[in-house]
Design a protein around this ligand. Sequence first.
Ligand code: SOE
Length: 401
Amino acid sequence: MAQPQQSAGAEAEQPPLRVGMVGYAFMGAAHSQGWRTVGRVFDLPRRPVLAAVCGRDAAAVRAAADRHGWAAAETDWRALIARDDVDLVDICTPGDSHAEIAVAALAAGKHVLCEKPLANTVEEAEAMVRAAEEARERGQLAMVGFNYRRVPATALARRMVAEGRLGRLRHVRVTYLQDWLVDPEFPLTWRLRKEHAGSGSLGDLGAHIVDLAQYVAGEQLSGVSALTETFVRERPLAEAVKGLSAAATGGTGQVTVDDAALFTARFPSGALASFEATRYATGRKNALRLELNGERGSLAFDLERLNELSYHDGTESPAHAGFRRILVTEPEHPYLDAWWPPGHGLGYEHTFVHQARDLVHAIAEGRQPDPSFADGLQVQRVLAAVEESAEKNSVYTPIAV
Ligand code: SOE
């Protein structure tokens, strides 16, 4: 039986990579899992150390540190950034603080990992790119956390498209469907307020599928035509938030973001794309689905069956051609040489382990990790074009370069 790789030998050459994380809710827990596990599975040039975690509530952040394995707890992100025992700042806060924390961390000489979407506005994202470019001159690197690139099946899809197995692409079809807002009594959490989240389903789910579609297709969108809608405009005010759930306090407030975003788009190659992002798809929990159709074949992926990739080889005889299921658990598949024997599948959390692995390698090798802040800015520009198009009754809107 294949064993997880031991990391002992390779680690000795470079110092540990000491991580400080800001935020410890859903994404913080997922990133913690990645940092905690990565060195136990992959051979790494630098060993990540969970140095300190930061949150505003002293008791809650201490409890989160104990639960997730962080050595120290801070209540002020500036203090976290100032620590000598932190080399990398991992930002897992709502979007309204990404720019300020990332720019300050890079200026303080830290590497940065920032959760998606990179920022709440194009202007913020541009400032972050400027800060990242300056920092890179000094040897600090920055990456944005689009974790669905790190599902072995999506990475395999990209590889197969790049190998030309689909030939010229005609269609890229992506949907990201959740249902946690179906109940109109669900409280008004930060994700439903523009000042905190920037946008709604568009920035939260749409950002993922824009990045994933572009990553797998190997090209960037050139323009969009969009519709957005806010189905429930007023909701009970929220108190405690846990994961995606929250308790109501009393009184109501305005929802100031989109509930759903639908858009069509063009790739420069001539391929057409369609996107749907919603939190109102009753019964769909985390259904990110991607299909690509090319002249020579098709690929299809469903996050709720993430160890599988469907492939139709259009060059085969019609007599026996058809979609077949690739079980993406072989050591030849991306990331899988370090994990379990074939057929012993991975899950959502492993994407964060892979994200940590890729970032540690890039930092140790002194090269720009992907996706860069510039890639995050480009996604932000797509989101802005979607909003602009939706405001103008779906008029086709080119994406700023
Ligand atoms: C909520 O919609 C959410 O947690 C997103 O914010 C994440 O990015 C996604 O991975 C799962 O759903």
